[in-house]
Design a protein around this ligand. Structure first.
Ligand code: ZN
Length: 275
């Protein structure tokens, strides 16, 4: 097993340090030697993307992905059309910031079957491919944990995401593998191998699953604080051919409540020791 001994592949999601603005994320990540940043779109509201891009370049930051697009399924056609428009905007924003990838939380409408929602996800992604190609921005399906099947994602395993990518069959569409969502799956190793064979591992997200977990949205842990074999999963992903960033994506009221600069040091320690 190859241990991590530097920070060259460390990326931090802006949502991990939620109290910070986009400008604070860029300057504070950069000042402690973190080169990769995945940017959450709500931080861009009311911002001039050109000046954000200038700031990213001045700090030599690598934008790993823009988070997030998706939410394709809806009973109402009008709502599905609005979702497509929003995804077009996400691709525009990614292109403006030099992000090579938009992460898709694919969505689900609780008033229809998961199967119908999956069909609408497939149609939505397929409709976006020409625009994604034109803008050189790839799309990464992020299968979520089954506890989010009701309204956040009708894709709840790597197997389902692999299958959808195989049907869509475009080099613009792949998968974001997030340990928080997928660690429990007994087929995980096999599905990672399958995903790698298809050249579809587009991103790798890390954090940990706390036991007990007190909130299923905002009580994630830093790597090493829970029961996910993060290092083992990283090894599988790398064996399957992935050599991109390890993206730290932690939503935690507990950790957002701390001094974020000290927290960033804890992130780096946890990255070296437990990833
Ligand atoms: Zn993720």
């Amino acid at each position: 097993m190859v241990l991590i001994d530097d920070f060259s592949k460390l990326c931090v999601h802006t949502q991990t340090t939620k109290p910070w603005t986009i400008e604070e994320c860029i300057s504070n990540f950069s000042s402690v030697g973190i080169k990769g940043i995945s940017i959450w779109r709500h931080l861009l509201e009311g911002k001039d993307l050109k000046s954000i891009k200038t700031m990213l370049d001045a700090h030599q930051m690598d934008v790993v992905s823009l988070v997030r697009g998706g939410f394709f399924p809806a009973i109402e056609v009008k709502q599905r059309d609005l979702a497509l428009e929003d995804n077009i905007l996400a691709i525009d924003q990614a292109a403006a910031l030099g992000a090579p990838l938009v992460v898709l939380v694919c969505g689900a409408d609780p008033h229809q079957s998961q199967e119908v929602s999956r069909q609408q996800i497939q149609e939505g992604i397929t409709a976006l491919i020409p625009y994604a190609k034109k803008n050189k921005v790839k799309l990464a399906i992020e299968p979520l944990h089954p506890m989010y099947a009701g309204d956040k994602s009708a894709l709840v395993s790597l197997g389902q995401a692999n299958k959808m990518c195989e049907v869509i069959a475009s080099h613009m569409v792949g998968i974001a593998i997030d340990v928080y969502h997928l660690w429990w799956d007994i087929e995980l190793k096999n599905e990672i191998i399958r995903c790698g064979k298809n050249n579809n591992i587009f991103a790798f997200h890390v954090c940990d699953w706390r036991v007990p977990t007190i909130d299923f949205l905002t009580d994630r842990g830093l790597m090493g604080e829970g029961c996910i074999p993060v290092r083992q999963i990283r090894e599988w992903v790398e064996e399957a051919g992935f050599n991109g960033y390890n993206e730290v994506e932690v939503f935690s009221e507990r950790l957002w409540g701390q001094d974020q600069k000290l927290y960033l040091e804890d992130i780096k320690k946890s990255y070296l020791n437990n990833t």
